[in-house]
Design a protein around this ligand. Structure first.
Ligand code: UP5
Ligand code: MG
Length: 190
């Protein structure tokens, strides 16, 4: 018996580019389960896990948590969902994340949704979010932008070279961005 591999779409883009917002819309319309790596890590802090303090310190500094921690959380959430279609939001964030996920799960993404947004717009959104996130302060935001440029953009470039990136101009009203997102999910990808 061969087990059918799940469908995975990686949802990438800078801090505040609208990944979480658009994933919520996609879930309502296309039957995916939304897994935000950041949300899973924040839940792990709250649960009082032994990794909690380490994760909290990394997030405060905008640093990338070791991939084995994040991948375990993603795998557990995938198993518990009962679904076979996933939006993985905010992961992989560096080449090591990407290679480890492929190695451990043997899953390749169907495609990568990339929300492209200028820093000024992302900064404005994050400073206005007001949800008590410990990384939504100007010092941490600047660090998050640098990590995105240095470590996460190479992942997007890697998939772009494979023809897998679907790029979206994210600095538009939420509903307009979603029109572009819908067009992508309504097209056969591959
Ligand atoms: N908003 C959204 N869309 C808008 C639009 N079109 N116009 C105007 N406003 C819009 O949106 C951000 C804010 O903007 C919201 O207030 C929204 O209403 C508004 P959101 O949809 O939340 O954007 P998102 O891209 O999800 O921003 P987020 O801050 O979640 O992105 P990050 O990538 O920074 O955060 P994440 O939670 O993924 O990661 C946080 C940290 O966890 C990382 O820095 C890292 O330290 C750690 N992490 C890892 O180590 N490994 C991982 O794999 C994942 C995370
Ligand atoms: Mg988010």
């Amino acid at each position: 018996v061969t087990e059918q591999k799940p469908t995975v779409v990686f949802v990438l883009g800078g801090p505040g580019s609208g990944k979480g917002t658009q994933c919520a819309n996609i879930v309502e319309n296309f039957g995916y389960t939304h897994l935000s790596a950041g949300d899973l890590l924040r839940a792990e802090i709250k649960s009082g896990s032994e990794n909690g303090t380490m994760i909290q310190n990394m997030i405060k500094e905008g640093k990338i948590v070791p991939s084995e921690v994040t991948i375990k959380l993603l795998q557990k959430a995938m198993q518990e969902s009962g679904n076979d279609k996933f939006l993985i939001d905010g992961f992989p964030r560096n080449e090591e994340n990407r290679a480890a996920f492929e190695e451990v799960t043997k899953i390749e993404p169907a495609f990568v949704l990339y929300f492209d947004c200028p820093d000024e717009e992302m900064e404005r959104r994050l400073l206005n979010r007001n949800q008590g996130r410990e990384d939504d302060n100007i010092e941490t935001i600047r660090k998050r932008f640098k990590v995105f440029m240095d470590s996460s953009l190479p992942v997007i470039n890697y998939y772009d070279a494979k023809g897998k990136v679907r790029k979206i101009e994210a600095a538009r009203p939420i509903n307009e961005v979603f029109e572009s997102v819908k067009a992508i999910f309504s097209t056969k990808n591959e």
